[in-house]
Design a protein around this ligand. Structure first.
Ligand code: S3P
Length: 172
């Protein structure tokens, strides 16, 4: 069984995933990081040179590959939830945990960063709100959803662990 973290950009999937993996003795996988390793390109360069559709294809191929593994904590890119096939394969052998945050929280966490190609826009707060609205129904399809606005990384990990102990009895 894998633990899959989904959620919008800036909800803490990578940081939380790393800590969680360490705590339960699972390997940590970050789909964006793997895509960059495999293509030898930054995500923003893939978007810029080949476009979003191409990125989504690589992303789905990778999601399919990692979903066949076991005992991994898999942090997914914020758009992975959008394709049904991605979520189908991930949920076959994975608990899907969604991290959420308010648009304001996300904006303050991502302000000044330029590594999210979808947010290179004149009105970044407006774009975050728009994408959150479009994606809400996808993020809501998960086994557990946690609002991270007022939680530290450790607190989030703790809450995930409490949930996991109910569904995977032999977890640390
Ligand atoms: C995206 C989120 C990013 C990355 C890409 C697209 C999205 O990952 O996959 O920029 O569509 O939400 P993070 O959620 O890790 O920032």
């Amino acid at each position: 069984m894998n633990i899959v973290l989904t959620g919008f950009m800036g909800t803490g999937k990578t940081e939380v995933g790393k800590k969680l993996a360490e705590k339960i003795g699972y390997d940590f996988i970050d789909t964006d990081e793997l895509i960059e390793k495999k293509t030898l390109m930054k995500i923003s360069d893939i978007f810029e040179n080949f476009g979003e559709t191409y990125f989504r294809k690589i992303e789905s191929a990778l999601v399919d590959e990692v979903s066949r593994l076991d005992r991994k904590v898999i942090s997914t890119g914020g758009g992975v939830v959008l394709k049904k096939e991605n979520m189908n394969v991930l949920s076959k052998n994975g608990a899907i945990i969604n991290l959420s945050a308010l648009a304001e929280t996300i904006y303050s966490r991502l302000k000044g960063k330029n590594d999210r190609p979808l947010l290179i826009k004149a009105d970044v707060p407006g774009e975050i709100k728009k994408l959150l609205e479009i994606r809400k129904e996808y993020y809501d399809r998960c086994d557990l959803s946690l609002a991270t606005d007022n939680l530290s990384v450790d607190e989030t990990v703790q809450k995930i662990l409490e949930y996991l102990k109910q569904v995977i009895p032999d977890i640390a």
